[in-house]
Write a protein that binds this ligand. Structure first.
Ligand code: PMP
Length: 432
């Protein structure tokens, strides 16, 4: 155990999961690569769990932050006007497609979801909320109560009355063999059943991730959420799309993940990539919900000048360089290559994703059962070959990858080469 790791274990909680047998300390970053304390360079396919959306040491972001620092104003308060907030809110409101949209800034995705749930429960005067099975929305009380992923939830008490829906679990045995349309019909019938039987009064909202992040990049088929929204609209139930992982063009085919479903939600929450490493999150919502009679959300540092400078520069970069289109191209290189590899590597049970958000599921080739140990092997092997990936899924056998949107075609091919080499090595070991 390295000295730093031993000190970490001594003074930090042991439930913090630290990757790799020999954990790495990242000390430098440039472009889409990072360097550890021992001088090893890695292509970053996890990018701080999607926070470094446009890579490392981006001059436009650095200069914007330095310019703000040079004014001497690191923070004042939300009780004064801040130009960066207004400018960023205008951009996000426009991009959201939500009518008369208004934006509130927070420091994290958890705070963003907490705020959205507050707004929805105030507006609808109800503590009843719908969420998706396998979901993850953060670890404050409200966000945890709509999280159904047991590995993160433990025994926390819930301040909300929550019912969990199907929609991101097509892989379950009972749904195998159904077409997308048939699966959507089953899910809509389930939603109607929940609304008719399980709920004692009006429901405030449904909160959903368009592609489940921590859940292992499981996906609802395109169109499912539109079908849900039509049912919810009949009763005025609000739709909150958690775009913490899927926003800003990452899926390639839409700017916000939910737009892949051909619908506009009532609210979206966002965080992670927007500040390219600086802490920023928020909610964009219909103006009448944001300005509702009891609505309030406060966070001292939410929308602070430094984060606003970073976020404005990052969002401008994404738009100016049309990184959504880039994600579609590099995502196809990776997903196409991995689908091809799956056909000849029996340890790969599934390849899924959209744009630059893609996952591999590793299984025991004999039984098809989830193989978390093989996922562990993959992490070590790719680290050795110079690539950082992420782990997840309900059974710990899903490898999650979400490189910066600035990934070049050559880097996509390089990363694909490393991933396939690692899979081949492990596949051979298992076959022996
Ligand atoms: N929602 C989703 C979909 C997430 O993936 C996460 C973080 N993994 C959160 C919310 C919580 O965000 P944060 O960690 O910034 O509080």
């Amino acid at each position: 155990m390295s000295d730093l790791f031993a000190r970490h274990r001594a003074v930090m909680p042991n439930w913090l999961s630290i990757y790799y047998d020999e954990p790495i300390e990242i000390v430098r970053g440039k472009g889409n690569r990072v360097v550890d304390a021992e001088g090893h360079t890695y292509l970053d396919f996890f990018a701080g769990i999607l926070t470094n959306m446009i890579g490392y040491d981006v001059p436009e972001v650095r200069e914007a932050v330095e310019r703000q620092l040079s004014t001497g104003v690191v923070h004042t308060s939300t009780v004064y006007l801040l130009r960066g907030q207004v400018e960023l809110a205008e951009k996000i409101a426009r991009l959201s497609g939500i009518e008369n949209a208004k934006v509130f800034f927070t420091n994290s995705g958890t705070e963003a979801n907490e705020t959205a749930l507050l707004l929805a429960t105030y507006a609808r005067k109800s503590d009843q909320v719908l969420a998706m099975r396998q979901s993850y929305h953060g670890r404050s009380f409200g966000a945890l109560s709509v999280t159904s992923n047991r590995s993160w939830k433990n025994n926390a008490l819930s301040p909300l009355n929550v019912h969990f829906l199907h929609g991101a679990d097509r892989h379950l045995p009972q749904f195998r063999g159904l077409s997308d349309a048939e699966y959507i019909d089953v899910c809509v019938a389930d939603l109607r059943h929940v609304l008719a039987t399980a709920v004692s009064n009006d429901v405030a909202a449904l909160i959903a991730e368009p592609i489940q992040g921590v859940g292992g990049f499981t996906m609802a088929p395109d169109g499912l959420f539109k079908a849900y929204k039509e049912v919810l609209d009949e009763e005025g139930i609000l739709f909150i799309s958690d775009e913490v992982q899927t926003g800003w063009g990452r899926t390639g085919s839409a700017f916000f993940g939910i737009q892949n479903h051909g619908m506009t939600p009532d609210m979206m929450t966002f965080a992670k990539g927007l500040g390219n490493g600086f802490a920023v999150g928020g909610v964009v919502a219909r103006g009448d919900l944001m300005d509702g009679p009891h609505a309030i959300g406060l966070a001292t540092f939410g929308g602070n000048p430094i984060s606003m400078a970073a976020a404005n520069a990052t969002l401008d970069y994404v738009l100016d360089h049309d990184l959504q289109s880039r994600a579609a191209v590099t995502g196809e290189i990776l997903l196409g290559g991995l689908r091809e590899a799956k056909d000849r590597l029996p340890i790969v049970g599934d390849v899924r994703g959209k744009g630059l958000m893609f996952a591999l599921e590793l299984v025991d080739p004999a039984t098809g059962a989830p193989a978390p140990a093989l996922a562990g092997r993959f992490m070590e092997e790719t680290k050795k070959l110079g690539l950082l990936a992420g782990k997840g899924g309900l059974y710990g056998n899903v490898l999650r990858m979400a490189p910066p949107l600035t990934l070049t075609d050559d880097e996509a091919r390089e990363g694909l080469g490393i991933i396939v080499t690692a899979l081949e090595t492990i596949n051979e070991e298992v076959g022996r």
